[in-house]
Ligand binder design. Sequence first.
Ligand SMILES: CCCCCCCC/C=C\CCC/C=C/C(=O)SCCNC(=O)CCNC(=O)[C@H](O)C(C)(C)COP(=O)(O)OP(=O)(O)OC[C@H]1O[C@@H](n2cnc3c(N)ncnc32)[C@H](O)[C@@H]1OP(=O)(O)O
Ligand SMILES: Cc1cc2nc3c(=O)[nH]c(=O)nc-3n(C[C@H](O)[C@H](O)[C@H](O)COP(=O)(O)OP(=O)(O)OC[C@H]3O[C@@H](n4cnc5c(N)ncnc54)[C@H](O)[C@@H]3O)c2cc1C
Length: 558
Amino acid sequence: MEGHPLALHDVMFIPALVAQASDEQNKKWLRRAQRREIVGCYAQTELGHGSNLRKLETTATYDVSTQEFVLHTPQITSLKWWPGGLGKSSNYAVVVANMIVKEKHLGPHSFLVQLRDEITHQSLKGITVGDIGPKLSFNAIDNGFLGFDNYRIPRTNLLMRHSRVEPDGTYVKPPHAKINYSAMVRVRSHMATGQGNFLAQALTIAVRYSTVRRQGFIESGEQEVKVLDYQTQQHRLFPSIAKAYAFTFAGYETIRLYEQLLKEVDTGNVSLMADLHALTSGLKSVVTHQTAQGIEQARMACGGHGYSQASYISEIFGVAVGGCTYEGENMVMLLQLARYLVKSVEQIKAGESGKLGPLVAYLAVKVDGVDLEKGVEEYMKAFQHVSRLQTWKASEKFLKLLKSGEKREVAWNKSSVELTRASRLHTRLYIAETFKRSVQEVADPRLKEVLTDLLHLHVNYELLDMATYALEDGFLSSSQLDYVRDQLYFYLAKIRPNAVSLVDSWEFSDMQLRSVLGRRDGNVYENLVAWAKASPLNKTDVLPSVEKYLKPMMNSKL
Ligand SMILES: CCCCCCCC/C=C\CCC/C=C/C(=O)SCCNC(=O)CCNC(=O)[C@H](O)C(C)(C)COP(=O)(O)OP(=O)(O)OC[C@H]1O[C@@H](n2cnc3c(N)ncnc32)[C@H](O)[C@@H]1OP(=O)(O)O
Ligand SMILES: Cc1cc2nc3c(=O)[nH]c(=O)nc-3n(C[C@H](O)[C@H](O)[C@H](O)COP(=O)(O)OP(=O)(O)OC[C@H]3O[C@@H](n4cnc5c(N)ncnc54)[C@H](O)[C@@H]3O)c2cc1C
């Protein structure tokens, strides 16, 4: 959970080679990387810039006389800063640098760069490398810094699957300007399942503990109740169980799409890139945000013991919440999706709705109302309505500002909060749709019934959460919202008997969970006492600090 120094080797270094190095280059590098003869990381972010890649300062200048690239970090803000595994573990890196050929700045490109000697592991001349220090979490990973002092690498270390620099400095452009961003798109495609997994771990701990913990009464005179029987506890935990499943289903789809994209790009077809970029930008942002919120609620649902490291939920939170920042800060990525949504609105306004992709086609179709009692399909129409409403509202605001003479970037900035709202609603629609489709495909009828309950819980919870939008234009009435609330409470109670099975079905071992509260055997109190006794502070009855600090103070006559 705390991370692994080689995580980025598998998560980004190897995938960057697979997607961006030519077959010939990979004959040299890929097998060695897969066998871990060389260990690598993905070095892109700098001290001064992470989000705005076009402003990266590390340069790779082509020297035609020696057929080498000269890597250089001209100032302190150009230092690579943050890459996982860079500080101490890696001897190679895929380095993203602004490529300069014949004095022309050609934008960010990826290079394979040796950082350390393969035998001694000492950093090479011209390289400054080290660890950036402790973080909120992930402290088993050596996130690092890296500087280059006119460090030379062969021309052939530019990753050349999609673009090339010939020996004479002729540049061959890639088929899509952003194809070098593929390693990021891959991780974003995987993040929904990854984050769903973090959320699932925290929920397993909280749900199990909530069946052991007894506190207070629902009906007087009986045994104290398991806290999971409180409606408030169910409301805190069960919608997140539904989300953990929903994120996993959505993630399977984006992983499949990324794999399809890789195949298509190899045949020269880059048409899926814009769609997948928009989709994964939104999904990554919504999923990480909701996961962090869900984990924090799971921690609070464990009361005081949730605050102890014995629960392990704080560590899960620390790791998961990093996802709100890495692979593109959430606001920045929501705004990437918003570009796509605004473009779609512009297409509709231009009478080109037929050209819209399947995920945005609903933006052109107005629905007057829904009959929620007819079931989940009607909820989908309601989600479409609120997303469409907000997308049009935010887009019109932006377009109006443009028309009034504002510069594009200024108009964008003045509309950006509304635009991020549209992106979230669009993404939540996508999550609900994939959840619905995935549940429909389940073959086992008993499993399908339980997952359908979770789906119902999810759509009612979500609709209530975004009700302001639907009430604003009278699309939903207050009596319809009362119906949604009743349904929500109905499904909380219906799910209660299956709650433990739903979390147990994720099959986390005690070793994976590392939680005293969430252990399978349920012996929470015995294990908590044993855990506390093992605390380093309990090794001796009287601490040395008593002699050194407490006694002089306690004996003082002042
Ligand atoms: C097996 C995997 C398991 C995963 C589980 C996770 C657990 C692992 C644990 C830890 C791992 C942590 C690893 C972390 C790694 C990192 O953080 S690496 C660094 C990540 N950095 C970022 O994400 C930077 C974010 N910034 C950007 O991506 C870009 O700067 C940008 C915001 C997209 C903007 O780029 P740019 O300025 O170049 O482009 P724009 O002018 O804004 O847009 C121009 C058009 O290009 C389109 N575009 C942009 N990007 C893409 C893309 N990737 N694909 C396709 N199209 C793209 C954009 O939409 C514009 O299009 P338009 O003009 O039509 O609107
Ligand atoms: C755990 C962890 C692991 C990481 N691993 C790696 C790695 O392996 N390799 C690597 O290269 N990097 C890595 N990073 C770096 C990470 O990718 C960046 O930190 C991330 O992309 C955010 O960029 P930033 O730090 O520049 O944030 P900033 O962009 O400085 O964000 C600060 C604030 O500015 C806002 N902001 C910025 N631009 C805009 C805009 N255009 N519009 C509106 N608001 C904006 C943001 O929303 C945010 O609120 C890692 C980071 C973390 C936390």
